[in-house]
Design a protein around this ligand. Structure first.
Ligand code: XIL
Length: 315
């Protein structure tokens, strides 16, 4: 039967997955599914700052290069993830160790070097990740504290200089529906576009939990970004469940995946739908959300769940 990627081709939406490089190296069924089922890939961790520059001034590109080579071999596009974030920073990068001017140079160099290293090979970059609080104010990250709110526009300008063809995204969670956070993001993107800052898209992570209702106004939310002239994408879809899982929850999960995907399918310039891993075997969920799991399309033995069937039917 057709892969998710091929089904997505018919509607013009790429279907991607986050890839865990350790699993890719060690687990043949994982590698086979990652290679055949999807038409784009996102590195789950290996392009983050702590991974690429664990020691100041010395880069570790090999694992990320391997993912880019894997994608090329399998005719997949790559979402670069992520350049400017408050989390998974290298241990040497702390506010107390540098002046604001030094931090600005460090950030500029990081973006220039990383985007430059992969120039021509990245389809979409998550340039800025999780910059907002849920109430719509900017997150009080090292970047906001030390550089002020202009760090966002600067990051996009620097990334564009380093790879003019890559599509540049701002990415966040809890922005699926219309709410304070997604509206603040909408206002920011509107201002950046008016100022000719090179921003091309908005990534909606899509980390849902079956115990909360799935937002049914995703297309309304994404549609207003169409009007700003930017693309949208669901970038990290998963739907977690409090363990143990029953059948009702499994069906609710399928419905939630479907709501996310349909939000994208109904939006003219929604270009891709990426799941944050495809098997429960390597999910980030149990390690972060106590007592929760089973968030992916396939179980730990690669058996497809109702969610997988639902996604296929939607495409
Ligand atoms: C997560 C990874 O899945 C984990 O392996 C890692 O330990 C922490 O980060 N939002 C993001 C992703 O943008 O980068 C995060 O990925 C999940 C939440």
């Amino acid at each position: 039967s057709l892969s998710l990627g091929s089904l997505g081709d018919r509607t013009g939406v790429r279907i991607g997955t986050a890839v865990d490089m350790a699993a890719l190296a060690a687990d043949a069924p994982y590698k086979a599914a990652a290679a055949t089922e999807f038409s784009s890939v996102t590195p789950e961790n290996v392009m983050k700052w702590e991974s690429v520059e664990p020691t100041r001034g010395s880069y570790t590109w090999a694992p990320a290069d391997q993912l880019v080579a894997f994608a090329r071999a399998n005719h997949q596009l790559v979402r670069g993830h992520t350049l400017v974030w408050h989390s998974q920073l290298p241990g040497w990068l702390t506010a107390g160790s540098f002046t604001p001017d030094e931090l600005r140079d460090i950030l500029h160099r990081h973006i220039t070097d990383e985007v430059g290293h992969f120039r021509g090979q990245i389809w979409q970059w998550d340039v800025v990740n999780e910059a907002f609080n849920d109430d719509g104010t900017l997150r009080n990250s090292i970047w906001l504290q030390e550089l002020g709110p202009g760090y966002i526009a600067d990051a996009f300008r620097w990334a564009h200089e380093a790879d003019p063809k890559a599509k540049l995204f701002i990415n966040d969670y809890n922005i699926e529906g219309v709410n304070a956070k997604s509206t603040a993001l909408y206002d920011l993107v509107s201002r950046l576009r008016a100022e000719h800052v090179p921003i091309d898209g908005v990534g909606v992570q899509g980390h849902l939990d079956v115990q909360y209702p799935a937002p049914h106004d995703i297309a309304d939310n994404l549609g207003r970004f169409d009007e700003l002239g930017v693309q949208t994408a669901i970038t990290e879809a998963d739907v977690r469940i409090t363990m143990p899982v029953d059948n009702t929850e499994r069906e609710a999960q399928a419905e939630a995946y479907s709501v996310l995907l349909q939000g994208c399918l109904l939006t003219e310039h929604c270009t891709d739908f990426t799941v944050w891993g495809f098997t429960d075997k390597y999910s980030w969920v149990p390690g972060v959300f106590t007592g929760e799991g089973s968030a992916n399309l396939f179980d730990e033995n690669y058996r497809p769940k109702s969610a997988y069937t639902a996604i296929r039917q939607d495409l």
